[in-house]
Design a protein around this ligand. Structure first.
Ligand SMILES: [Zn+2]
Length: 242
């Protein structure tokens, strides 16, 4: 056993292409969750760009137009899940197996819709986990790449449950004030405990915080510490553990 690395990048922003280049340069892989368009305004990659990404990376669905499923009725939720999948499959010419709940906002009924729509697994925004959990349609993460202050971790911790399992991660997140040091502390814990490190982010945040250099250094650290066979897309991770 040794540490496993996966990452996921949400929203299909055009700067995902820059992220993909960086991941490839370090021999890493991951999953891009792409809506067809984004109701919040930011641009989404063109179909040809999404297709190009899918040559090397997994593409997952993120609803039709980045809809928080919890905020709409079940009929609209069904449309968002199925239409997002169908249009993405038309763009890619292949099956889309992974789904990610926008904003991490969903109800038990939305999980059933995702299952019934033919997805094989789904990812949430629950953090501070070092394993894939026990629910293939509610896979947790370890940490979002973002300069959050400590209160955000406390809030997410309080509302997401699984406290016994997540308290170790909370400890590391609270210990480090600097967000990049926090990243390394959480990754080192995953390494020591032969766990799974799942990093996720929005590429436009990297752009806004001018964090490309930090990301480059962190990927370099990851590729030094994670064996090639343990660098997985979210889909490969789900297949390995469920
Ligand atoms: Zn999103």
């Amino acid at each position: 056993m040794s540490v496993t690395f996966t990452c996921s990048i949400d929203d299909g922003h055009p700067s995902d292409l820059k992220v993909a280049e960086l991941l490839a340069r370090h021999g890493l892989t991951g999953t891009f969750y792409v809506p067809i368009k984004n109701r919040e305004g930011p641009p989404v990659m063109a179909p040809s760009e999404i297709r190009a990404l899918s040559d090397q990376f997994e593409i997952g669905s993120h609803t039709y137009d980045h809809c928080f499923l919890k905020s709409v009725n079940i009929v609209e939720s069904h449309f968002q899940v199925t239409e997002g999948k169908k249009q993405l499959e038309d763009i890619l010419g292949k099956q889309v197996k992974g789904f990610c709940y926008p904003g991490g906002k969903y109800r038990p009924g939305d999980v059933e819709i995702v299952k019934a729509s033919g997805f094989k697994y789904a990812r949430t925004t629950v953090n501070l986990c070092f394993d894939v959990g026990v629910k293939p349609y509610e896979m947790p993460t370890t940490v979002q790449l973002y300069p959050h202050n400590r209160n955000v971790y406390l809030r997410n911790f309080a509302k997401s449950g699984d406290w016994m399992k997540r308290q170790k991660g909370l400890g590391y997140a609270m210990l480090e004030k600097d967000w990049t040091r926090r990243l390394y502390a959480l990754f080192d814990h995953a390494t020591r405990s032969n766990g799974c490190f799942h990093l996720w982010w929005h590429s436009k945040d990297i752009e806004e915080h001018q964090a490309w250099g930090e990301l480059d250094r962190f990927f370099s650290y990851v590729s030094t510490n994670v064996r090639p066979e343990n660098r997985l897309t979210n889909g490969e991770l789900a297949e390995r553990y469920f």
